[in-house]
Design a protein around this ligand. Structure first.
Ligand code: C2E
Ligand code: CA
Ligand code: CA
Length: 964
């Protein structure tokens, strides 16, 4: 207190010294007053005491002074703020003037001190806020690049991040789907309405009450306040009915839209049920800003998740195919050995011995025997036996042994407990030593069952599986047919050599297709950073910001379009591991690092180039006068090298590195955003390829990605507008040219192009999951056409059922339902399936096939010979026909004795063994027809007869007969 008095300068014109005691008191009370109001009140009370009649009043600045200057005697003014001042008016005696002036100085000093304190507190709070915001933005950006955690976890983290910036106990994110006009509540956290107040996460806008969320999505403008206040803010005239909302009534609600290219794609909302938490304009500004970052993060993240999903799907499918192929190869080898047996073995004993060897190559067959039934089926002999315990087995009348059981039931796979159960039930008695596991399958040729093939294990480490049973069944089938197939042996072997080459070729082609697809998907990943800054420079680094970069890119692009020799390149980069650095050394050092990085990048550039900070740790560079990728690459490489050198910051050595994506100017770029987006994509690839490198975005890949995207969009429209129709191709009897059926083939009546064939679009349709929907549209039309097309004569219509349909457990019900709806007898329908569908071979697939057969629907095996050569499953399904792929028919030329006919001969031989008639596809010439006929093929389809034609061509008039 004392110091206050001593520092007071002596008043200039004082006739009487001011009362030291009074001033001391004034000073003491003033300094204990904590804000302006209490300072004024204290001053008022004490001054009146010092010099009675003194007036102390707050007044607007600039008015009071002039009016009151003379009228009320001496007057002192003390500025309180920019707009206010304190007027001290003495009652008029000159002698108190000095005293008042001293008091005024005291008051002034106190007011000054208070002002500084407030300013300091303000700036401390501001600093805290911007630091929190910085952290939050880094954390959000970081979410975009986290690839592993699932999307739900990401939303949860975003919630946490927003919670560091404002009161966000109740928080949700909803995404808007323009195509379906619906919202998806991606994330929902609410202390009162713990469950989403809707039954599903997807709610159509029509079902959403006309409340704050509805208006937020429709109007795309932030909304804030109580429900009553928001009801007043929105334009309720736009809709019928009053403002309504679902869920509990919040005290305060704040929602901002998520925008993409100016369109609403979703919203972020916080709400409060607590009087203690209201939202301010500052919160609103903050949430708008943060929402932009969330939107960017979401986009990048979702694109990445989608990419991952597609890539892994593709990889899995490829692995599956390789596995199946290996399995097929092993089986083929066994098949060959069996086919050779009759030639290479002299005695029947040697034959059986080799059969045992073959079986051993496929499964555990230490104990193995062959049982044969006599012609009349009454007796059983055991011509071959290899067993750890038994030397031989005597012939016997058919009884209740395990062998007989397998014979009667079509197979038996049983472990010790199962055998015990069968025994207890009186169904079997086991001859020979008790086994731990027993597996027997019938030896069946096309017409009858001749015996049983059995393997057994006496030790627990060897057990048989369903898979072993399938293998053994397969082998047994071929063993039984070994003799019959002697005739076709030579041709078979050649055929299989060809088959193998084909499988190889297909596998290679498939791998290529898959690789291309993967690349395309990478291209399609669009990463867009949309930081919008008010000014053109970044406050942290002083570098140009995104807005300025965009301006410059726009200008460069315009110059380039006018004069293509003025090429340029855009680099996009971020710092590897920046978040780690930022978290470990603190964000002030992190900021400093960003600053230094900006300087180093700048040092690599020419004066015309520009480096900009896009936000977070992302930088972009515009390189002018770039002719080719090499030139841009050299600069990118230099930047990478320079950033690799350590940074000295806060007496520490810090290391960071960068990956750079490069886009070169090219005529198809229309906007700076596209350039930056592709550079970002390229950077992502650089990272994926192992960081610390640069990658140029390739133009060719982009084109593919775009056209794929276009087809996809077109397809969706086509499905909506029912542009897919069946055309019918007749299947004829090669001998007399009569029509035995039709195959329905899908055509696309594209509004802007000619009629499109499946080859033009089916791959994309399958890729995007649209093909099933398209198929069902075809199936329905086929059913509608069927009675007119095939009703009169006893013929069929075939539809193509891709393997994917068998994933739908209701497939049979649905198809049968469709037939019933249009009154089409099931026997008129034939489904064409490829080997792939049979290969799945799950109980479910078997059940569906069985249901088809049971209902009377015929099954055709399509494209036979091009599949994965796993013929093992063939005899398990009752097939109506087998369609020889047209590539084999195309091979048929004049010289019908050479190697070219081998494949078809082998297939026809196989079809005959299986007693399934074959249909040759793609018969184009009379020569092909004649060769086929000579080889015993009865049916065919192809351009020789007719291409697929619309329904009108085939109905009305008599059934067509083609010349034979
Ligand atoms: P696919 O089942 O093997 O059908 C036979 C294909 O051979 C048809 O091609 C047909 O037009 C063509 N073709 C017939 N005769 C000849 C000929 O003499 N010479 C030549 N070069 N080609 C002939 P399309 O219509 O282009 O269909 C191609 C494939 O698309 C079909 O092969 C089938 O796998 C698939 N597909 C067709 N329609 C549908 C459908 O409705 N659903 C599904 N899932 N796939 C379909
Ligand atoms: Ca077909
Ligand atoms: Ca075919």
């Amino acid at each position: 207190m004392a110091s206050n008095i001593q520092t007071l300068p002596a008043p200039a014109a004082v006739s009487q010294p001011p009362s030291a005691a009074a001033l001391l008191k004034l000073s003491g009370e003033l300094w204990s007053a904590t804000n302006l109001v209490s300072v004024v009140a204290t001053a008022r009370a004490l001054l009146d005491e010092l010099v009675p009649g003194t007036k102390v009043q707050r007044s607007a600045r600039g008015i009071g002074t002039q009016v009151t200057a003379r009228a009320f005697g001496p007057q002192l003014q003390i500025p309180l703020s920019r707009r206010e001042l304190l007027l001290i008016t003495a009652p008029g005696e000159d002698d108190c003037h000095g005293l008042l002036q001293a008091a005024a100085r005291l008051i002034k000093a106190r007011v000054e001190a208070l002002r500084k304190q407030i300013a300091l507190a303000d700036s401390v709070e501001h600093l805290g806020r911007s630091e929190r915001l910085q952290r939050a933005l880094y954390a959000i950006a970081d979410q975009a690049s986290t690839v592993n955690a699932d999307v739900d976890a990401m939303f949860h983290t975003l919630h946490g991040i927003v919670g560091t910036l404002m009161y966000a106990e109740n928080f949700f994110i909803a995404m808007y789907d323009e195509e379906h006009d619906s919202v998806h509540f991606s994330y929902w956290a609410d202390s009162k309405d713990t469950q989403l107040p809707f039954t599903t996460r997807d709610v159509s806008m029509a079902d959403l009450p006309h409340g704050p969320t509805w208006y937020l999505i429709r109007e795309g403008k932030p909304l804030m306040g109580s429900m009553q206040s928001i009801a007043r803010q929105v334009d309720v005239r736009k809709v019928d009915g009053p403002f309504k909302f679902s869920g509990s009534d919040p005290v305060d609600w704040l929602g901002v839209p998520l925008l993409h290219d100016g369109k609403v794609v979703g919203c972020v909302v916080v709400q409060s049920y607590d009087e203690a938490h209201h939202y301010t304009d500052q919160d609103k500004t903050l949430l708008i800003f943060v929402a932009q970052h969330i939107q960017t993060a979401l986009e990048r993240r979702l694109a990445r998740v989608e990419l991952e999903r597609r890539v892994s799907e593709r990889t899995e499918a490829l692995q599956q195919q390789v596995l199946e192929r290996q399995r097929g190869e092993r089986l083929q080898e066994a098949l060959f050995r069996i086919a050779e047996l009759t030639n290479t073995t002299d005695s029947i004993e040697a034959f059986y011995g080799t059969v045992h060897q073959v079986v051993s190559g496929l499964l555990y067959a230490r104990n193995f025997y062959i049982a044969l039934t006599s012609e009349d089926g009454s007796e059983m002999t055991f011509p071959y036996l290899a067993d750890e315990y038994d030397d031989s087995r005597q012939p016997r009348k058919l009884g209740d042994g395990l062998t007989e059981y397998a014979l009667r039931h079509g197979a038996l796979l049983a472990d010790a407990s199962e055998i015990a159960r069968l025994r207890a039930a009186g169904e079997v008695t086991q001859h020979g030593h008790d086994s731990v596991c027993w597996l027997g399958v019938p030896l069946a040729c096309a017409e009858r069952t001749v015996g049983v093939l059995a393997v057994q294990s006496y030790s627990p480490e060897h057990r048989y599986t369903q898979r072993d049973q399938e293998l053994l069944t397969f082998v047994s089938y071929h063993i039984a047919n070994a003799l019959e197939r002697m005739r076709a042996k030579e041709s078979l072997r050649q055929a299989y050599a060809q088959l193998e080459t084909r499988v190889d070729e297909r596998t290679r082609a498939l791998a290529l297709v898959n690789r291309n697809l993967r690349d395309q998907i990478t291209e399609r990943e669009r990463i867009e950073a949309r930081l919008k800054h008010e000014t053109l420079h970044d406050s942290l680094t002083g570098l140009p910001n995104r807005a300025l970069l965009m301006q410059r890119l726009g200008q460069a692009l315009a110059r380039y379009h006018a004069d293509p020799t003025r090429g340029f390149a855009v680099l996009f980069m971020d710092l590897d591991r920046f978040k780690v650095i930022n978290d470990s050394v603190g964000h002030l050092v992190g900021d400093d690092l960003l600053f230094q990085v900006g300087k180093r990048i700048g040092a690599c550039l020419k004066p015309d180039d520009m480096v900009a900070r896009l936000g977070g740790d992302e930088f972009s560079v515009l390189l002018e006068g770039i002719a080719d990728a090499d030139q841009a690459g050299r600069i990118a490489a230099r930047i990478i090298d320079d950033l690799n050198a350590p940074f000295r910051l806060a007496s520490k050595e810090l290391f960071t590195s960068t990956s750079i994506g490069v886009t070169l100017a090219s005529p198809h770029y229309q906007s700076p955003e596209e350039l930056l987006r592709d550079a970002d994509s390229a950077m992502y690839r650089a990272k994926a390829e192992g960081r610390h490198r640069w990658v140029v975005f390739g133009d060719d890949l982009r084109k593919e990605a775009v056209s794929l995207l276009e087809v996809e969009n077109d397809l969706r429209r086509g499905v909506k507008r029912h542009e897919f129709v069946p055309y019918y191709q007749p299947i004829v009897n090669l001998d007399d040219g009569s029509v035995i059926g039709y195959e329905a083939l899908m055509r696309w009546r594209h509004p802007r192009r000619s009629i499109l064939l499946p080859g033009d679009f089916l791959a994309v349709a399958e890729e995007t999951g649209l093909s099933e929907t398209m198929d069902w549209q075809i199936f329905e039309q086929v059913c509608r056409d069927a009675n007119a097309l095939v009703g009169r004569d006893d013929i069929f219509v075939g539809i193509n059922l891709s393997a994917n349909h068998f994933r739908d457990p209701k497939l049979d019900q649905r198809l049968l339902g469709l037939l019933a709806e249009y009154g089409v007898p099931a026997s008129r329908l034939r489904v064409e399936v490829t080997e792939r569908a049979l290969l799945e071979n799950t109980p479910e697939v078997k059940r569906i096939f069985h249901a088809f057969r049971h209902a009377g629907i015929g099954i055709s095996l399509d494209d036979f010979g091009t599949g994965y050569s796993s013929l093992s499953y063939l005899h398990q399904y009752t097939l109506q026909t087998l369609k020889i792929d047209r590539s084999f028919v195309a091979d048929l030329t004049r010289d019908d004795t050479g190697g070219r006919t081998t494949m078809i001969r082998a297939i026809l031989a196989m079809a005959e063994t299986l007693s399934i008639p074959a249909i040759a596809e793609g018969v184009e010439t009379t020569l092909q027809r004649d060769v086929l006929r000579k080889m015993g093929c009865r049916h065919g389809q192809g351009f020789l007869y007719s291409k697929a034609q619309p329904i009108d061509v085939w109905i009305g008039g008599d059934a067509p007969v083609f010349s034979s």
